[in-house]
Write a protein that binds this ligand. Structure first.
Ligand SMILES: [Zn+2]
Length: 137
């Protein structure tokens, strides 16, 4: 059983969010927008927390976001020990979408500063793990 029966407002079930992974595998970072009130969400939500509508549309996150803030992780938590140091950031893609994610190791530390332009891209690690990261736009 997932979280679908938890609380008063529906939580996203595992079955519903699996599309997000499917899109990442296709190389697209997709998220949802509420068809009723037009609010966009990341990560995707299949039930709109603003108006409780369940009709959403998927769209690809394209264009440039702006780095709002970031933090360099020197000691990774369990599962990420070998990745450190790496940089986590929040990027603003407009439409009230602020996305939390990791910055590509391809970006030089000296180049990282609030306001820099980023794009979001899907990633696949050597061991087949699917994800996304921010790269220089
Ligand atoms: Zn809505």
């Amino acid at each position: 059983m997932g979280f679908e029966h938890f609380g008063r407002v529906s939580f996203t079930t595992e079955a519903k969010t699996v599309d997000f992974i499917k899109y990442l595998e296709q190389g697209k970072v997709m998220t949802t927008r509420c068809k009723k009130c037009g609010t966009s969400y990341f990560p995707p939500k299949l039930d709109c927390p603003s108006c409780l509508n369940s009709e959403v549309e998927w769209f690809e996150i394209e264009g440039k976001g702006k780095l709002v803030t970031y933090s360099v992780v020197q000691y990774g938590p369990s599962g990420f020990e070998d990745d450190a140091p790496y940089t986590l950031g929040i990027a603003d893609f407009g439409d009230e979408m602020r996305i939390f994610g990791r910055l590509s190791k391809g970006i030089k530390a000296d180049d990282i500063k609030p306001g820099m332009e980023l794009k979001i891209v899907s990633t696949k690690s050597a061991d087949g793990r699917i994800g996304y990261e921010f790269q220089k736009a």
